[in-house]
Design a protein around this ligand. Structure first.
Ligand SMILES: Nc1ncnc2c1ncn2[C@@H]1O[C@H](COP(=O)(O)OP(=O)(O)OP(=O)(O)O)[C@@H](O)[C@H]1O
Length: 373
């Protein structure tokens, strides 16, 4: 192997930190020269001012310095031209025009919309913790925060104020705790701006977030839906007919009727109902042995029963997540409870729910995930 070939081989071991594919495959290596033991490289970035430039410089230097006889590495960064970016986009889309990868018949990604009847029941907190717990088990997981009214996922994942890298209209999801994250919030000019998307526009926005993001291969995509029986849940069913719905409710019996309505829509558009999670359930009194039922009891069972009757299948109550100050503070600080307090009752119940959601085959990776019912 010539020295130039050795450097190319070394560069093939370096991945783009966001796209997670080798630099040469992405067309990022423009030229390699060697002069008296100095490797001179021209590397093309997808956009100017790429935030990953420092990381790339250090990863490339480390790999190339390991090549025998190389004493130093000089890197010049350039920016891809329109044609080069076009090639990259086409590569990331597998040579196809803009599509929703999860809607293709060969897709192995399980897509689950997290729905609730009412707001504030902890749907976003559970979405984030379920996703992170699944990633901890070795699954490749994404979250799409489609809760236009709340979009709290960036805060819960410690990503507040961060914007994804865009390659023209395509963009790379942000990553936190091993989970790829896209939120409608990331595309607002100002965080405080209200998102004024309505009906048909909302459908378009969901379609774009699903198709314009480079998600890569995912085992599981969780979609945090707005509360209620809104248009977006229907859009999800239309855009990804194999998508499923998981309903979050509280222990309050009175909330069961509203939660049932959220599940009813899914059933009407023939989406599979994965199950029900009761959140903010009984928690142990910190000062005595009593269990405290802040929000009553029985709401999860009642919702699961009603949805089972409606769908004519067993819609299981997958678990009860206790009321947990740790879960709330973890959310406020961008540190999900399954990471920060994995031994807490809330984290354990979430991890147990993920175990039920994922039917383990030989390997979790690349296997179509089933549901245990
Ligand atoms: N199990 C729990 N114990 C204690 N607090 C919780 C629990 N689950 C959620 N919370 C808190 O309840 C509040 C609402 O949670 P979250 O934003 O996840 O709800 P949501 O259903 O997504 O609301 P919306 O759809 O209106 O945005 C947050 O402050 C969160 O920290």
């Amino acid at each position: 192997m010539t020295i130039i070939e050795s450097i190319h081989a070394a560069l093939a071991t370096v991945e783009d930190p966001e796209i997670h594919r080798p630099l040469p495959d992405l067309g990022m290596v423009e030229s390699v020269q060697v002069d008296a033991g100095i490797a001179q490289l021209k590397i093309l970035l997808t956009i100017s001012g790429c935030p990953m430039q420092d990381r790339l410089r250090s990863d490339i230097s480390k790999a190339v310095m390991a090549v025998e006889t190389i004493s130093s590495v000089e890197i010049t960064f350039g920016v891809m031209n329109e044609e080069q970016r076009g090639n990259l986009k086409s590569l990331l889309r597998n040579g196809r025009e803009k599509i929703i990868p999860f809607a293709q018949p060969e897709s192995l990604t399980r897509v689950i919309g997290i729905a609730s009847g009412k707001g504030g029941v902890g749907k976003s907190s559970l979405t984030v913790n379920l996703a992170v717990a699944a990633a901890q088990k070795g699954l490749r997981v994404g979250i799409l925060d489609a809760d236009v009214y709340g979009h709290s996922v960036p805060r819960l994942m410690g990503l507040i104020g961060q914007r994804p890298t865009a390659i023209d209209q395509m963009f790379i999801p942000l990553e936190s705790y091993g989970v790829k994250v896209v939120s409608m919030e990331m595309f607002k000019p100002e965080r405080s701006d209200a998102v004024a998307y309505r009906g048909p526009l909302l459908h378009k926005v969901l379609e774009q977030l699903l198709s314009d993001a480079y998600w890569g291969d995912l085992d599981l995509l969780l979609i945090d839906l707005p509360p209620g029986t809104g248009d977006l849940a229907i859009s999800l069913g239309q855009l990804i007919p194999t998508s499923e719905i998981l309903v979050v409710t509280t222990p309050q019996i009175a909330a069961a009727e509203v939660a049932e309505r959220a599940g009813r829509i899914a059933h009407q558009i023939k989406q599979h109902l994965v199950g029900v999670i009761e959140n903010m359930s009984d928690f142990p009194c910190p000062n005595c042995d009593d269990m405290i039922s802040l929000f009553g009891s029985g709401g999860g069972e009642e919702t699961a029963k009603r949805l089972s009757e409606l769908a004519g299948i067993n819609v299981a109550l997958l678990g009860k997540v206790p009321f947990s100050p740790d879960l709330r503070t973890g959310g406020d600080n961008g540190a999900p409870v399954v990471v920060q307090y994995p031994e807490s009752a809330a984290a354990k119940s979430i991890i147990a729910i993920v175990d039920q959601l994922v039917v383990r085959k030989k390997s979790l990776l690349g296997v179509r995930l089933g549901v245990s019912t």
